[in-house]
Design a protein. Structure first.
Length: 184
């Protein structure tokens, strides 16, 4: 996969939006709509301004791919709506191909943090069992949260991590990699 360095205005927009989202997610356990809407408008607006119709297509495709991948996680109650909108906002700013890299980095970081949290609470084996249970339920076309309350993000019994923080870290690492290795 080749990294594409976003123009400076988009680079700064991503940093600003995901940084504020991480702060809000840590402090309030939510990501505000005004922030993700700002990110979407910056992504679509700047890409359209800089690259005209190709930029508009680039931005909308990034938004769409991010939304289509994250929205099912929200429907399965494994992800908050703010996380879905934040990732769609990042997609609008960096485009679909770059967003896939952000997504992969974010998923790895979030997975490592979740495993560390489970390990710290002596629940790693239980967490791995839940992953197997979720796969079985999904393959049977049943929502995993229906029979196990701990798999419902809305439940007080579920373990939660502020995913906005990992979206921010994934975005930072992607931007750093793009700055180092992208052709200029």
């Amino acid at each position: 996969m080749t990294f594409e360095l976003p123009p400076a205005a988009l680079f700064c927009s991503v940093i600003l939006v995901v940084s504020l989202a991480a702060i809000y997610d840590i402090r309030y356990r939510r990501i505000p709509n005004w922030l993700v809407l700002t990110g979407i408008l910056l992504g679509v607006g700047l890409n359209t301004f800089l690259f005209e119709w190709a930029g508009l297509r680039f931005s909308l495709l990034g938004f769409g791919v991010a939304f289509l991948i994250y929205f099912p996680l929200y429907l399965l109650r494994g992800m908050g709506a703010g996380d879905v909108k934040l990732m769609a906002s990042v997609g609008a700013m960096v485009g679909w191909a770059n967003w896939v890299a952000v997504f992969l980095i974010t998923a790895i970081l979030g997975g490592v943090a979740a495993a560390a949290l489970l390990l710290n609470r002596n629940r790693l084996l239980y967490g791995l069992t839940n992953v197997g249970y979720m796969m079985g339920e999904l393959l049977s076309f049943r929502p995993p949260y229906a029979r196990n309350e701990e798999l419902d993000l809305g439940s007080s019994r579920s373990m939660k991590l502020p995913h906005g923080v990992f979206i921010a870290l994934g975005s930072f690492l992607f931007l750093a990699a793009a700055w180092l290795w992208a052709p200029r």
